[in-house]
Design a protein around this ligand. Structure first.
Ligand code: AKG
Length: 264
């Protein structure tokens, strides 16, 4: 299976409309791979909080339209990263969109863990409540977004729902890059699953981004890692390695169920 992670430079000098066009063209150029992945909130920037209100769109808004078309033009599965979604009641969510190669919406996922503690996304956006998996011909993907990477129980939930490959769009800041790499490898090792984590490059809203999109195999080996700038990271991986790793080193079978802490 071949996947391309598009590590987009998200900066304040490019308009959202131009970036949409530019990214759609980049997606089209990936014809021939199986899966294309975009970062979190690449229209506005994950830290451009004022932009959330200004650029919020309905689920089937301009980004949806353009990405559905780009996926079908390229004939690829497209995890189109996330958008600031405004629901019919006016609430905002950080919502990921996954399209099939015919341009149909295969799934949407509202980010469960919102970042910012008592400001930013955590106060401006609502929290998702549902785990999302999508069956591709080669693998079952489990979807998570950026800060979700810090919450291993979410990934265990996705494994229980059948996930073999985690796809994680992000807008991770440079100042915590060491956590990004460490946590991507940890989620892969503990769940014996692939991790495809696609971040942004550049600086927006004064926050330099980590870049360094990364693909980790079920043994924790880094198959590919981007640099700091805009980059297309294309990687070939064998989805069957999830099953062989889980068979040959069956640690997941030793889980003691029932130890989860109650939800607050
Ligand atoms: O957890 C982190 O360090 C970064 C998370 C983040 O930037 C986000 O979720 O948007």
């Amino acid at each position: 299976m071949r996947a391309s992670l598009l590590q987009i430079d998200v900066n304040d000098s490019e308009s959202v409309a131009s970036r949409r066009l530019r990214v759609a063209a980049l997606v089209r150029e990936q014809a021939g791979v199986d899966l294309v992945v975009l970062p979190e909130l690449w229209t506005t920037g994950a830290f451009a909080y004022e932009g959330f209100e200004a650029e919020a769109e309905p689920l089937e808004g301009p980004t949806y339209e353009m990405m559905a078309k780009a996926a079908s033009d390229a004939g690829v599965w497209l995890h189109a990263g996330s958008i600031p979604e405004r629901d019919p009641e006016g609430a905002l969510y950080n919502t990921s969109l996954v399209f099939s190669p015919s341009g149909e919406l295969a799934a949407s996922y509202r980010k469960i863990h919102r970042f910012g503690f008592d400001k930013g996304e955590a106060v401006l956006m609502g929290a998702g409540a549902e785990l999302v998996t999508v069956r591709l011909p080669e693998t079952v993907i489990g979807v998570a977004t950026c800060y979700d990477l810090r919450f291993p129980e979410l990934f265990r939930g996705l494994v229980d729902a059948g996930a073999e490959t985690f796809v994680l769009p992000a807008g991770w800041p440079e100042r915590r890059r060491s956590h990004w790499t460490l946590l991507a490898q940890a989620r892969a090792v503990e769940n014996q699953a692939y991790v495809l984590a696609c971040g942004t490059a550049g600086t927006h809203a004064g926050v330099p981004q980590a870049g360094h999109s990364i693909v980790v195999d079920p043994w924790g080996e880094v198959l590919a890692e981007a640099g700091a700038g805009e980059e297309i990271l294309t990687v070939e991986f064998d989805p069957a390695k999830v099953a062989t790793t889980r068979e040959q080193f069956p640690a997941l079978k030793d889980r003691l169920l029932g130890l989860d802490t109650p939800r607050r």
